[in-house]
Write a new protein. Structure first.
Length: 291
């Protein structure tokens, strides 16, 4: 996701937190090390190193992608479904990021670059301004295929890459990256991150009389995508989003719904195109983030 200030590295990928499902699985940790090392070998402008995924890893992808595909028919907005259809990911095995990147480039001009793990917040956002998405290549632990405590290749590709295959959404990501680069303080970046979180990660909108998701965090979450309609749904409000706190470890209790896809694009484009340190001062106005 986008909230860590820990730079990705092979060592960071190997040293999992104690509550990670794979922390006691030495074989899984060793696989993470191998995959992280492949990302560390990447040189911009060259092909992304290929990962030889195991049958077990392919099976995790197959189970999750097929189940999410069914849920997207019911819960995802039309723009996301169009992007997903255009990208046309195979459901039976983990895709190579090089293949995904080439297809994205042809569709919307976005490319993917691999990283070993979480990267600094400014690095992640800044890459978006160049129509570049930084993605991990490892996959979640097989014991809990429908859960991950961190962004993995399922989140990156099913959540974000499918979204980036739709032109209007791809443009929003780039505008977001450009907005982040106009901030000079950590506080200004944090306010921006809250808007990004409640939109491009957990955004929802009304479409054909139903509440549907366009945020990558919801679209890649097997469990939360079925429960997001139970959250407190507020109207899309940039100021309210900028002041609303969030917890990445729980289902989001509050979501902000646009009246339509066009409404979401227009409102977010306006914010991203104008956001800078001066706009931060205006929006912040001495108010702390609220629950």
């Amino acid at each position: 996701m986008t909230t860590s200030n820990v730079a990705g590295s092979a060592g960071a990928a190997f040293d999992l937190p104690q509550d990670h499902p794979g922390v006691a699985d030495l074989a899984y940790r060793q696989r993470r090390e191998i995959i992280a090392e492949a990302a560390d070998r990447f040189v911009p402008g060259t092909p992304i190193p290929e990962v030889s995924y195991t049958p077990e890893e392919d099976d995790v992808w197959r189970v999750v992608s097929q189940e999410l595909g069914r849920k997207h028919e019911r819960y995802a907005c039309g723009a996301y479904r169009r992007g997903s259809a255009a990208l046309a990911l195979r459901p039976d095995r983990v895709p190579q990021l090089q293949d995904v990147s080439q297809r994205l480039s042809a569709l919307t001009g976005f490319r993917i670059e691999p990283v070993a793990g979480l990267v600094p917040t400014r690095t992640f956002y800044g890459a978006l301004s160049d129509r570049c998405f930084l993605a991990t290549q490892y996959i979640r632990h097989h014991s809990v295929p429908y859960y991950t405590p961190e962004p993995d290749v399922v989140h990156e590709v099913i959540g974000h890459a499918n979204t980036l295959a739709e032109p209007s959404l791809a443009d929003l990501y780039q505008r977001a990256g450009q907005a982040s680069q106009r901030t000079t303080t950590a506080d200004a970046l944090e306010l921006f991150s809250r808007v990004f979180w409640f939109s491009l990660e957990f955004g929802v909108l009304w479409e054909d009389g139903e509440l549907r998701a366009y945020g990558a965090g919801l679209l890649s979450s097997y469990a939360e995508i079925e429960r997001f309609r139970d959250a407190e749904i507020r109207s899309l409000d940039i100021v309210a989003m900028a002041r609303c706190a969030y917890d990445i470890t729980h289902y989001q209790p509050v979501l902000f719904a646009a009246d339509s896809f066009d409404h979401a694009v227009d409102a977010l484009s306006g914010f991203f195109d104008s956001y800078d340190d001066d706009e931060f001062a205006r929006l912040n106005a001495g108010s702390a983030a609220t629950e």
